[in-house]
Ligand binder design. Structure first.
Ligand code: SAH
Ligand code: SF4
Length: 370
């Protein structure tokens, strides 16, 4: 049994309970129950209550005796995230501000795709850290600096608590509301919290849990080369997204400090190794900034960098984060940039932006401090 208290980075959780049950696999729960001389199927039951039904309390586990509920409660913590604020965008996107057990705050963003409510395809954008240490110039989270990594339970809880909230609110049964896609693109750099992120993916992918398809899960990184190699070796089939944002080192150095440590040649070589080892396509992200990286010259350099790679390219007009330093190009310039790349044979798409009116779009998450 892992000591999940360590998950709190030695900070004292608000609820002085012990193992964060939402961060545990079925076998870990079963091992504990075996010590209480409980039958092994009880582990399956508890896991399903926690991960599939997204229960908010032990009392909801109605097929367990009150005695067992109490034993569980004295060993495990089941503390939902505290919802501090929910904002709804004009386009339906919802942004959730959560408070963690130590009072820190993070955000998640729920995006709806076409269709009516119960059949809607949903994507949840998850946070992996409180703040972020990478300091990218165009990103609101980067401006916060770094406080701490999230725990497995805190990452998984963003999915579970939101799912419980939506089901409860709409009076929907378990099978009627489900998050379909996950993007690890909220606050923080996921590859700096890699073991925790990988365990959260494993839990959310479980058939008996939320059962979110592995190819429907995307991890985005600003380009940490050793961790990209580790991911390639992990043999999991999620989608890797790499934030490129500039076609040469001179420009990339100016907006992404990580580029001094892992310049473009090293990063792209790691991406080539990843594609070779996993057989998967990589998604590159390119934030388009007016007068900085939006010229046809930049598009030509970018096309040359990506030529022959098994990759998609998402072009994202930059979202403003206060100040006027980083502005979106005009619609015509954005179209011209994307068309140029497409003509060069690059699989480039303009990514539709959602939730920018509630500061819920890429790079705008600031934990309620914006
Ligand atoms: N740290 C990871 C994942 C979180 S950021 C990463 O950097 O990839 C998720 C995406 O939002 C990244 O591609 C990031 O570059 C992008 N982003 C950050 N600030 C943005 C902004 N102001 N406008 C548009 N995209 C932004
Ligand atoms: Fe961190 Fe990603 Fe923002 Fe850069 S873009 S500061 S890596 S969250």
């Amino acid at each position: 049994m892992p000591d999940c208290r360590k998950e709190f980075n030695d900070e004292e959780p608000r609820e002085k309970k012990y193992f964060a049950v939402r961060g545990l696999e079925k076998e870990e729960i079963s091992d504990f129950l075996a010590k209480l001389k409980e039958k092994s199927f009880r582990g399956d039951q508890v896991f399903r209550w926690v991960q599939a039904q997204a229960v908010q309390s032990w009392a909801e586990m109605t097929n367990l005796s009150v005695d067992l509920q109490e034993k569980l409660a004295s060993t495990f913590s089941l503390v939902p995230l505290k919802l501090v604020q929910e904002q709804v965008s004009r386009d339906g996107t919802r942004k959730y501000l959560w408070e963690l057990v130590d009072g820190q705050r993070i955000e998640s963003v729920l995006l709806f795709h076409a269709g009516d409510f119960t059949r809607k395809r949903t994507t949840l954008c998850l946070s992996t850290q409180v703040g972020c240490p990478m300091g990218c110039g165009f990103c609101a989270t980067g401006k916060l600096g770094f406080t701490r990594n999230l725990t497995v339970g805190e990452i998984v809880s963003q999915v579970l608590d939101l799912t419980a909230l939506q089901r409860h609110r709409e009076g929907l049964r378990q099978e009627q509301f489900k998050i379909n896609n996950l993007v690890y693109m909220g606050m923080g750099e996921p590859l700096l919290n890699l073991p925790v992120v990988l365990k959260s993916i494993k839990l959310l992918n479980y058939k008996d849990g939320q059962n979110i398809g592995i190819r429907r899960i995307t991890i985005s990184t600003c380009g940490l080369v050793p961790q990209i190699d580790q991911l390639a070796a992990a043999g999991l089939d999620f989608v890797l997204a790499v934030s490129l944002h500039a076609p040469n080192n001179e420009l990339r150095n100016r907006i992404m400090p990580i580029n001094r440590q892992y310049p473009l040649e090293k990063l792209l070589n790691a991406c080539r190794r990843y594609i070779k080892q996993t057989g998967q396509r990589i998604t590159f992200e390119y934030v388009l900034i007016k007068g900085f990286n939006d010229s046809l010259q930049a598009a030509a350099e970018l096309a040359a960098l990506l030529r022959g790679m098994k990759a998609n390219l998402n072009v994202i007009p930059v979202n403003t984060i206060g100040g006027r330093q980083y502005q979106r190009p005009s619609f015509e310039d954005i179209q011209r940039f994307v068309s140029f790349l497409q003509e060069k044979g690059i699989a480039a798409v303009l990514r539709e932006e959602k939730g920018s009116d509630i500061a819920g779009a890429c790079g705008q998450l600031a934990g309620g401090l914006e």
